[in-house]
Design a protein around this ligand. Sequence first.
Ligand SMILES: [Zn+2]
Length: 228
Amino acid sequence: MNLITLDFAADQGTHDGCDHAAHDRVAHDNAVRHHASAAKPPVPEQVQEAIRTLLRFAGEDPSREGLIDTPARVGRAWLEYCQGYREDPSVHLTRTFEEVGGYDEIVLLRDIPFQSHCEHHMAPITGKASIAYLPHNRVVGISKLARVLHGYARRLQVQERLTAQVAQCIWDHLQPQGVAVVIEAQHGCMTARGVCTPGVGMVTSRMLGCFLNDASSRREVMSLMGRS
Ligand SMILES: [Zn+2]
């Protein structure tokens, strides 16, 4: 069958085969340029004091040398982790293409790595998402699906809501025949504390339209995602 699929794991593989020295040089140049142009956002004193309070509560001495700049760093890191609050993920779906050459099969972006944080412990959630839709006359640039995912992931989340929000956003803005989102993730609050069980992945899925209502469509998309 016909299928547009972009496999992030495979993509990563070819990347590894490239000239590492050249790659590192480019990364380094980009980092230097980024450093020079991007001023660090200020972290208000009361935010830094809150982090010092947390350090004391955890048993640390926030005045020791290694921790002096930590409160400001943590503040800036949280601005990045929660960058999604300052964007509307649906903007990535506004530019669509109607000329799809009669293509009317499933479009799938598979195994997109993402990071989020759980709203219960503010602990990291790391995982992979597979996002598919069956177009109805229009498609988006395929990287936009990953951008929608990151827009919702860079917030405090529960995995169930993240899965539902990504699916709903695509459903509302592309009006496709169906949407399927499957997320598998590990939760820092389970692996590093509490029951301390590393290696356990939680899987959530949201199906809409034909993938919800038609068993054979659902089987097909799940099999393309490698989940049948
Ligand atoms: Zn948690």
